[in-house]
Design a protein around this ligand. Structure first.
Ligand code: BES
Ligand code: MN
Ligand code: MN
Length: 459
C-alpha cells in the first residue's frame, strides 16, 4: 500500500499519457460526422474504467451517443457515490485560431491544450485515476458508480430516459460532478449553483427571394435590418431584458446573501485585461459576480444572412437568422421562458416580415445545498489539499441534467470542479492545468473518506 501523494507522484506521467490518449478522440457530439469518434471515446473510457478496477462496465446504447457505466460495490452498508461526467466535447471551430491542433494534446508551460482538456475529459478522468488509487490500495471508503455520458454538450437528450430506466442501478447517496470551475488554486471555491438555459433559433423572412438592393432597397423591409432592431430592443438602457414577465419568477437574494457572494475575490482589472475589453457591461445595480451567477441573461450566439463572402455583393436578403441563449436562475423554468420569448418576439415583428421561433434544448437552474454532509465532505477535502477552506460561489454555466438527478433519482449533487474560468471552455486553445488535474486526483479520495465518515456519524 502506498500513500496518496506518493502514488500520484509515481504515476503522474502515466496519468497524463492516458488523458492525452482520451483527448485525441474528436468526440464532438453535435456533429454527426464524428459519430464513430464519439463511440471510440466511449469504448476507451470503458476500458480505462475496467483497468482502474471497476466492475460491470458497460457501454450503454441510447438512440444517440452511448453512456458509459461502471461500478465498484464493496459493502452495501457503506454510502455510494455516483460520479457523473461527460466524454463528449464542443466543436473545435474556429480551427485557425488554435495555436496547436485541438485533438493533438500539447503540454506547454504546465498546461494541457486540447478541446475537452477541462470540459470535461480532464475533469472526469481525475475521478477514474482517484478511483484507481483507492481500488488498488485498499482505500475505498464508499461504493462508487460511474456514469459518463456523450451528449452533455448537446443537452443530454437521452440521459433523462436512461435515468428513468435505471433508477435502481443508479441508487446512490450523492452525485459528484467535476465539470465546473474554481476561482484559482490560491482561492479554491466550490460552485453551489448552475444556471438554466433556454435556447432558441429565430428566422426572419422578408421578400420571397434575394433582391437587388438598389432596385428594391428603400421600399422593401430588409430582414437583417429588422432582426438587428428586434434583437437590440430585447435589452433596455439599464441592460435589463424587456420581455414582459421575464423577471417575474427570478429569486432575489437578500442583502446578506448578496454581500457574502460578493466577498469572493474578484480582480476587475485583471478580468478586463484577460478579455481585452476596456469596460464591462451588465444589468444595472448588480456586480459582475452577480451578473454571471444569480442574474438571468439573453445573448445572441450567432447571427447570419445575406452575403458574407469575399468582396461586396449588393443584395437585399430574403432571410435573416439568429441563435439566442437565455441563462436562467431560480425559479425561472426553461419552457416558460421560451414561451415568453416566443410570444414577445412575434409581437414585436413589423408587418413587413414573418418571424419563426424554433426552440432548442433547455435546462433548469439548480442550487446545490451547502448544509448537507456532501458539501461538508467536499469542503473538508478541498481544505485538506489546498490548505484553505473553499469559497462557495454560484456558477454561470449550465449542466441541464443536474436538475433531473434531483427530480428522477432524488439525489443532490456536489460540484467539485477544478477548472478555471480562463480555461477557454468552448473557445479556441482550451486548456487544463496539470496542477489542477493532479490536485483534483488528490482531493477526490479525501472527499470519499470524509463523506464516508460524515455519513457514519450522521446515522
Ligand atoms: N461544463 C460546462 C458547464 C459549466 C462550465 C458550468 C463552467 C460551470 C462552469 C458544460 O459542459 C456546458 O458547457 N454546458 C452547456 C449547456 C449545454 C446544454 C450545451 C452550457 O453551459 O452552455
Ligand atoms: Mn462540461
Ligand atoms: Mn461544455
Amino acid at each position: 500500500m502506498q500513500n496518496l501523494k506518493g502514488y500520484i507522484n509515481d504515476n503522474q506521467q502515466r496519468f497524463l499519457d492516458e488523458l492525452f490518449e482520451l483527448l485525441k478522440f474528436p468526440s464532438i457530439s453535435a456533429d454527426p460526422q464524428y459519430k464513430n469518434d464519439v463511440r471510440d471515446a466511449a469504448n476507451f473510457v470503458a476500458e480505462q474504467l475496467k483497468k482502474a478496477g471497476a466492475d460491470n462496465v458497460e457501454v450503454c446504447e441510447t438512440p444517440g451517443h452511448p453512456i458509459v457505466y461502471g461500478e465498484k460495490i464493496i459493502d452495501s452498508n457503506l454510502p455510494t457515490i455516483l460520479v457523473y461526467g461527460h466524454y463528449d466535447v464542443q466543436p473545435a471551430d474556429p480551427l485557425e485560431l488554435w495555436n496547436t491542433p485541438p485533438f493533438e494534446p500539447t503540454l506547454k508551460d504546465g498546461k494541457i491544450y486540447a478541446r475537452g482538456a477541462a470540459d470535461d475529459k480532464g475533469q472526469f478522468y481525475m475521478h477514474v485515476k482517484a478511483f484507481e488509487y483507492m481500488a488498488s490500495n485498499d482505500e475505498l471508503h464508499c461504493n462508487v458508480k460511474f456514469m459518463i455520458e456523450g451528449e452533455e454538450e448537446v443537452g443530454s437528450e437521452h440521459l433523462g430516459l436512461f435515468l428513468k430506466d435505471n433508477v435502481e442501478r443508479l441508487k446512490a447517496d450523492v452525485i459528484v460532478i467535476s465539470d465546473t470551475s474554481m476561482i484559482s488554486l490560491e482561492d479554491p471555491s466550490i460552485e453551489t449553483g448552475l444556471r438554466g438555459l433556454s435556447y432558441v433559433e429565430v428566422e426572419v423572412t422578408g421578400p420571397n427571394r434575394d433582391l437587388h438592393s438598389g432596385v428594391y432597397g428603400g421600399a422593401v423591409a430588409n430582414p437583417i435590418n429588422v432582426l438587428s432592431k428586434m434583437i437590440a430592443s430585447l435589452h433596455d438602457e439599464n441592460n435589463r431584458i424587456t420581455i414582459p414577465g421575464f423577471y417575474d419568477k427570478v429569486a432575489e437574494l437578500n442583502q446578506q446573501q448578496r454581500e457574502s457572494l460578493n466577498q469572493a475575490p474578484f480582480d476587475l482589472e485583471a478580468y478586463k485585461k484577460d478579455l481585452g475589453v476596456d469596460a464591462l457591461q451588465g444589468e444595472a445595480g448588480y456586480t459582475p459576480i452577480e451578473h454571471t451567477g444569480i442574474r438571468p441573461t439573453l445573448d445572441v450566439n450567432g447571427m447570419w444572412g445575406g452575403y458574407i463572402g469575399e468582396g461586396a455583393k449588393t443584395v437585399l436578403p430574403s432571410k435573416a437568422f439568429a441563435k439566442i441563449s437565455m441563462r436562467l436562475v431560480p425559479n425561472q423554468t426553461s419552457d416558460e421562458i421560451t414561451e415568453l420569448f416566443q410570444k414577445h418576439f412575434e409581437s414585436i415583428a413589423p408587418k413587413s416580415v414573418q418571424v419563426l421561433v424554433k426552440p432548442h434544448h433547455g435546462g433548469e437552474p439548480v442550487v446545490t445545498p451547502t448544509d448537507g454532509i456532501a458539501y461538508q465532505a467536499a469542503e473538508k477535502a478541498v481544505e485538506d489539499t489546498f490548505g484553505k477552506k473553499p469559497i462557495p460561489t454560484r456558477g454561470g454555466g449550465s449542466i441541464p441534467i443536474v436538475a433531473l438527478f434531483e427530480e428522477v433519482l432524488g439525489l443532490k449533487s456536489v460540484l467539485l470542479g477544478f477548472g478555471l474560468d480562463s480555461d477557454n471552455l468552448h473557445s479556441p486553445n482550451e486548456k487544463y492545468e496539470v496542477a489542477n488535474y493532479l490536485k483534483g486526483i488528490e482531493t477526490i479520495p479525501l472527499f470519499h473518506k470524509h463523506f464516508a465518515l460524515l455519513s457514519k456519524n450522521s446515522k
